[in-house]
Design a protein around this ligand. Structure first.
Ligand code: PLP
Length: 422
């Protein structure tokens, strides 16, 4: 099979008829499929079921009765567990409820209402902007949109954001207050930031003294192929350059145990941690320490978490293999799309011919296949190339996934041939 661009109009027309016929077949079959949800499958969730059924003490290591109020920044043993996995001292960590996204929201809210580094709160400043590496995580963009700040897309290279652009923008515009980063197995490309990129972040001299790097290490233990990707410690790198206050790190056990009932954390410099604790202190009399204890009791230590994630990898990997192998086999030489090859995380990033992503999503919907809305991976839902589509392979069964990929590839072909015929 040769690249579609080199085909004659008649050949394309004939292919178009074939694909349209398949498309009609998918519609007639009336299947309801979904490749949009970055959620663990039931089999993954079942691996943590023991946490709910096993007897768990309610007394923490230091004798604290976890059934009661108190210890508002989290149990030391829970901090140590995160700390061991992320190479951060527990003193730099605050533990919260089940959502790290909520902690991120709250840190942006902190900048808005109280400010960072002794600067005016962001809401009192003229206008604020955030850098958003693209394609990125839509819920990060939603937070910024909620607060009415402007978002500036920055291209992602294979090893992280384009740091020349980040440097040029952040160092010249004091209205730019931060940047979103998913440094390991990024959502949706699954790429890992290189040491060079992390060092370039640490070396930034932003025009705004209250500039913050939102370092969302959501997929810190989520490798499903090969070894867990290493990531240079952003705090160590920033300490060396004297910019320790710049990064705010986030992670959670959402996709380690249960997305609906896990534990999240933020890590930051002593100064930032104080500000975060002060805010939490006015919000709650204490987090769900029983759940923290349940997690520590179940996983025991960092090795326990890594062993658990190996079991998850065995479940997750066939889902990614199925999608990648099918894309390779069916689209590999047609020149109408390219895709990422992640070794961890939850997504595959598909790049269609420019101007085709919305059409592909619409065609999929006609057949009953839901995919992440085209554009969702860009601020304001606007992909200037109308090209990127996020594929989430984990949740459907392998049988459903095979049917979904089949339908998706047909839609890609149909939309691409339509474009080429124009
Ligand atoms: N950050 C990223 C990059 C994600 O992809 C997700 C979920 O898909 C989250 C955060 C959500 O994390 P949490 O469940 O801890 O709020």
């Amino acid at each position: 099979m040769s690249a579609y661009v080199s085909k004659s109009k008649a050949e394309l027309q004939s292919l178009y008829e074939q694909r349209l016929s398949s498309h009609r077949g998918f519609i007639a079959a009336g299947k309801k499929l979904d490749m949009s949800r970055g959620k663990p499958s039931k089999a993954q969730l079942d691996l943590s079921q023991g946490m709910l059924t096993r007897e768990c003490p309610h007394i923490a290591r230091d004798g604290l009765d976890c059934r009661n109020y108190g210890q508002m920044d989290g149990l030391p043993e829970m901090k140590e567990l995160f700390g061991a996995l992320l190479n951060i001292p527990g003193s730099q960590i605050v533990i919260s409820g089940n959502s790290s996204l909520q902690m991120m929201f709250d840190c942006i809210a902190l900048g808005m209402t109280h400010g960072y580094s002794g600067c005016e709160p962001w809401m009192k400043q003229d206008k604020i902007k955030f850098l958003c590496p693209v394609p990125g995580y839509d819920r990060h963009f939603t937070i910024i949109e909620y607060f009415g700040a402007e978002m500036i897309p920055v291209r992602l290279n294979g090893d992280g954001p384009d740091m020349d652009t980040v440097r040029r923008l952040a160092e010249s515009d004091a209205q730019i207050k931060g940047i979103w980063c998913v440094p390991r197995y990024s959502n949706p490309d699954g790429l890992v930031y290189s040491d060079e990129v992390v060092r370039a972040f640490a070396a930034l001299k932003p025009a705004a003294p209250d500039f913050r790097i939102m370092w969302d290490d959501a997929y810190f233990v989520h490798n499903f192929k090969g070894e867990r990707a290493g990531l240079l410690n952003i705090f160590d790198a920033c300490r060396e350059t004297g910019s320790e206050d710049m990064p705010l790190m986030f992670a959670s056990f959402s996709k380690v145990s249960f997305p609906g009932g896990a534990v999240s954390m933020a890590a930051a410099s002593p100064r930032n941690i104080e500000a975060i604790k002060k805010r939490i202190f006015s919000q709650t009399i204490g987090p769900d320490k029983l759940n923290q204890l349940r997690h520590v009791n179940f996983f025991k230590d960092a090795q326990g978490v890594l062993a658990h994630m190996k079991k998850q990898a065995q479940i997750v990997r066939p889902h990614f293999d199925l999608v990648l192998n099918t894309l390779d086999a069916r689209l590999g030489d047609k020149g109408i799309g390219r895709w990422s090859r992640p070794e961890g995380g939850y997504f595959i990033s598909f790049y269609a011919l420019e101007g085709c992503a919305k059409r592909i999503a619409a065609l999929c919907l006609e057949t009953g296949l839901v995919i992440t809305p085209a554009g969702a991976t860009y601020p304001y839902g606007k992909d200037p190339y109308d090209s990127n589509i996020r594929i989430a392979p984990t949740f459907p069964s392998l049988e459903e996934l095979a049917a979904a990929v089949d339908t998706f590839i047909n839609a890609v072909e149909l939309a691409s041939i339509e474009k080429l015929l124009k």
